[in-house]
Design a protein around this ligand. Structure first.
Ligand code: RRO
Length: 312
C-alpha cells in the first residue's frame, strides 16, 4: 500500500499534485475539471482586483522541450476566484484551494488581502512576486528591497496563512540573500519556481519569434527548466526555517521528475506545461509512475524520501 497524502499548512492533500497557477485555472469550467481529476488540490489563476484581458495572441507556444508564454496576467478578477473558492468549499470541503494574487501595486495587493480576510475563505493565499510578462513591470522577486517592503506591509495587514511564488534564482549568493529575508516573516510556504523569465524562442524557417507580446520574450517552462526547479527547491530547503513549507514547480513531465522534486524537499508539486499539453489526465499518469518508482524502492510514504537527496 502506497500513501501519497501530504499536508500544506492546514490543508490535507490526497495526492501531492496540483496545477501550476495560470494553467487550466482561469475559468470555473477549467477549475471544475481540476476538482474531478487526480490532483490533490488546485490554485486559481493569479488575480488582480479588476479583470484583465492580458497580452495579444499568440501568447503561448509549445516548444520541443517545454513552453514559452507571455500571457500578461489575463484573469477574471479577484471576486470571481474568491466566489468560486468559497462556493467550492461548501460542495468539496476536503479539497484544498489556493488563491493566487498578483496585484500590480502594493496597495492593490493589500486591498485584495483585505477582501479575502473579510470573506469566508478557508484555503491558502499565495502572493505571486514573479510574473515575468507584464510590460513595464519588473519581477518583484528580483528586487530584494521591494520584496522585504511588501512582505512587511502584507504581514501587518493579513493574519491568515500566506505563501509567495518566487522567480528562479541562479546564484548561491541570491539564495542566501532571499532566504535571509524570507526567514524574517511567518510565511506558510514558498512556491518555487515560476517560469524562467524572458527567454526567446525562434522559428528558424520563418526567422520570427513564436509569440507576439514583448518582441517574443516570454517565460520558459517544461523540461528546459527542471534542473533550475530542482536547484531552487533544494537550495531553499537547505536555507529556510523548517516551518516554511515548499511547493515545487517546474519541469515535471514524469513520475521520476515528481520524485526528484520531493527528494529535494518539496511538500507539494505543481504541474504547468505538462498539464497544458496533456490536460488533466496528466495527474493520474504521473502519480501512477511515481507509485511504481516508490514500490520499486520500497518507500510507502512521501516522507520516506522527502528532502533526502544524497550528494557525492
Ligand atoms: O500571466 C502570465 O503571463 C504569467 C504569470 Br502572471 C506568471 O506568474 N508566470 C507566467 O509564466 N506567466
Amino acid at each position: 500500500m502506497i500513501d501519497l497524502t501530504t499536508t500544506l499548512n492546514k490543508l490535507h492533500f490526497k495526492t501531492p499534485l496540483m496545477n501550476a497557477a495560470g494553467v487550466h485555472c482561469a475559468t470555473t469550467t477549467e477549475l471544475d475539471d481540476l476538482l474531478d481529476s487526480q490532483a490533490g488540490g488546485l490554485v486559481t489563476k493569479s488575480a488582480t482586483l479588476q479583470p484583465r484581458t492580458g497580452n495579444p495572441d499568440p501568447r503561448y507556444a509549445n516548444l520541443p522541450f517545454g513552453s514559452i508564454n507571455s500571457m500578461g496576467l489575463p484573469n477574471q478578477g479577484l471576486d470571481y476566484y474568491l466566489n468560486y473558492a468559497n462556493a467550492t468549499a461548501l460542495t468539496h470541503p476536503d479539497f484544498p484551494i489556493l488563491l493566487s494574487l498578483a496585484g500590480q501595486s502594493l496597495a492593490e495587493n493589500l486591498q485584495m488581502l483585505e477582501r479575502i480576510q473579510a470573506s469566508a475563505f478557508s484555503g491558502l493565499t499565495e502572493l505571486n512576486l514573479s510574473c515575468p510578462n507584464v510590460p513595464g513591470k519588473p519581477q518583484i522577486g528580483y528586487d530584494f528591497d521591494q520584496m522585504k517592503t511588501i512582505l512587511t506591509a502584507v504581514f501587518q495587514t493579513f493574519n491568515q496563512p500566506l505563501g509567495i511564488k518566487l522567480p528562479p534564482y541562479f546564484d548561491l549568493a541570491q539564495f542566501d540573500l532571499v532566504a535571509d529575508i524570507l526567514n524574517q516573516f511567518p510565511l506558510a510556504f514558498i512556491n518555487t519556481i515560476n517560469s524562467v523569465g524572458n527567454g526567446l524562442f525562434i522559428n528558424l524557417e520563418t526567422e520570427t519569434t513564436v509569440i507576439k507580446p514583448k518582441g517574443g520574450f516570454g517565460g520558459i517552462g517544461g523540461s528546459y527548466v527542471k534542473p533550475v526547479a530542482l536547484a531552487n527547491v533544494r537550495a531553499f530547503r537547505q536555507r529556510l526555517n523548517p516551518a516554511i513549507q515548499i511547493i515545487g514547480t517546474g519541469g515535471v513531465v514524469s513520475g521520476g521528475d515528481l520524485f526528484e522534486l520531493i527528494l529535494c524537499g518539496a511538500d507539494v508539486v505543481q504541474i504547468g506545461t505538462t498539464l497544458a499539453q496533456e490536460g488533466t489526465p496528466a495527474f493520474g499518469r504521473i502519480l501512477t509512475e511515481l507509485e511504481r518508482i516508490m514500490a520499486q524502492k520500497g518507500y510507502a510514504t512521501l516522507a520516506d524520501f522527502r528532502g533526502n537527496l544524497k550528494t557525492l
